[in-house]
Design a protein around this ligand. Structure first.
Ligand SMILES: [Fe+2]
Length: 468
């Protein structure tokens, strides 16, 4: 493949061509892996299988999941493409057939006649991988999720026993309520501007749909829960499928419209509140919780839509910062402030504190200037009790992925858990970093070094109890 035209397919963003299974003898462990952990760290990401016609980061690219399994102090590694109908069709024809979300291609008639996938928009399955209700799912916000087996083999599209209807697009960013075990998710559709909160119980059975009406379909990537509410950001960021079909820049940013914050009662009753503020964009929440009449929302703020047709133009390099927003439910006022001046993205928390007051946020963070293909060379810890930001730097040229909090099964304290992420450090290679959440200064308590490359990717999770 000639990937030279696309900045986000350079260096450690470039795809890998192999699916591998490595046991501990093929890995190298520095330090000591926490002995009591039983489960898997898994991370999804884009890994183009065939030469792309165009490439929009972070929306394009075939999904590939990389997993490190933990059992009795031992580790093993595996990576697999998600076997989507689009990828299977391209494999059958041994070439790229489906275009980019930024430049959609019509599907050739001979592909349709041969039983190939007819939808011109690729279900990438590349955004997130989640384990809930015994289901391991690779997720993409433009369509159904893909059900995977524990060994990362693909079962196929998953519709939650018919709860998802044809054309429904399930978010890649659901939240799990630590009190009820519910999955709070949402669907959007290509053919409607509206939004539907979808709630599933702890066994992944559909419980409730809460419709939210919009006049225009926005790019809504993440959602946040509190004890009683679901919160979403409706930024003035829009995508036109018609423009994408014509090869025109399909992304629109209309800052004069401002950004709306929608507060939706989780039980489906009562009014949905709308707060308004100056325009900003955000990919990711960190956490949120209720405090008296207020809702506190921590999130990564971005000044505008962070990608453009002309990649490498600098449009995707604008500042990103951890912010704390406070909504006053009595007065309707919005207060928003920068929490830290560190450049960050991929914010996460101890999932036991999801929707509750908490101490630590974690995010992929940077203490260097961005180059043409950006990245994060640190794991950051954002202490909302002390106001301190602490960074662990892996190296000036390193890239650190989304940090996932892994609870210590013997402790309720946030400080006693671990923070895991994939890191690539030139000269050192690829590894899974395991930091102590309470002691960042110590550096990784263990590194699981993986020969070859693990490309930079998107979202990761800890799959408690999932083993091979
Ligand atoms: Fe995301």
């Amino acid at each position: 493949m000639d990937l030279s035209a696309f900045p986000y397919l350079q260096g450690n963003y470039a795809p890998v061509s192999e699916e591998r299974d490595l046991d501990e003898s093929a890995l190298r462990v520095e330090g000591q892996v926490p002995q009591g952990l039983r489960g898997a760290f898994m991370r999804d990401g884009a890994n183009v299988a065939f030469q792309p016609n165009h490439y929009v980061y972070p929306l394009d690219g075939d999904g590939m999941v990389h997993a490190v399994y933990f059992r009795d102090g031992h580790v093993s590694y595996k990576n697999r493409w998600v076997e989507t109908a689009h990828l299977k069709t391209e494999r059958k024809f041994n070439r790229m057939i489906y275009g980019s979300v930024g430049k959609v291609l019509p599907v050739p008639q001979e592909v349709i006649d041969a039983g190939g996938e007819p939808n011109p928009v690729r279900n990438t399955a590349n955004t997130n991988v989640l384990y809930h209700g015994g289901k391991l799912l690779a997720m993409w916000e433009g369509g159904f999720p893909h059900l995977l087996n524990n060994d990362l083999s693909t079962v196929g599209l998953y519709d939650y026993d018919g709860a998802l209807k044809p054309g429904d697009a399930l978010t890649a960013h659901p939240k799990i309520c630590p009190d009820t075990g519910q999955l709070i998710s949402c669907t959007q559709r290509w053919d409607s501007p509206n939004y539907w909160v979808q709630i599933f119980d702890a066994q992944a059975k559909h419980v409730r749909t809460i419709p939210v009406a919009f006049e225009r379909k926005g790019i809504i990537h993440d959602l946040q829960i509190t004890e009683n509410y679901v919160i979403i950001f409706y930024a003035p960021a829009f995508h036109s499928l018609e423009k994408a079909m014509k090869g025109e820049d399909p992304f629109m940013w209309e800052p004069e419209l401002g950004t709306k914050i929608i507060v939706i009662p989780r039980d489906g009753s009562g009014e949905q509140r709308v707060f308004e503020t100056d325009a900003f964009f955000s990919w990711h929440f960190c956490n949120g919780f209720e405090r008296g009449n207020e809702i506190v929302i921590d999130y990564v703020w971005i000044s505008s839509i962070p990608f453009a047709q002309a990649q490498g133009s600098g449009a995707e390099k604008q500042p990103r910062r951890m912010h704390r927003m406070t909504l006053d439910m009595a007065t309707g006022k919005v207060a928003d402030e920068e929490f830290s001046d560190v450049f960050c993205e991929f914010s996460r928390v101890d999932e036991r504190r999801m929707g509750k007051d908490y101490r630590f946020g974690f995010a992929a963070s940077s203490n260097r200037e961005w180059g043409d293909a950006h990245g994060y060379n640190c794991t950051g810890r954002y202490d909302f009790k002390t106001g301190e930001t602490k960074l662990w730097e892996y190296g000036p040229e390193a890239n650190a992925g989304e940090p996932v909090y892994v609870a210590n099964p013997d402790s309720e304290r946030e400080e006693d858990g671990w923070v895991m992420c994939f890191v690539y450090n030139p000269g050192e290679g690829a590894f899974l970093s395991i930091l102590s959440a309470g002691d960042f200064d110590r550096g990784p308590v263990a590194k699981v070094l993986i020969p070859g490359r693990v490309p930079n990717g998107f979202h990761a999770n800890w799959m408690e109890g999932l083993t091979l």
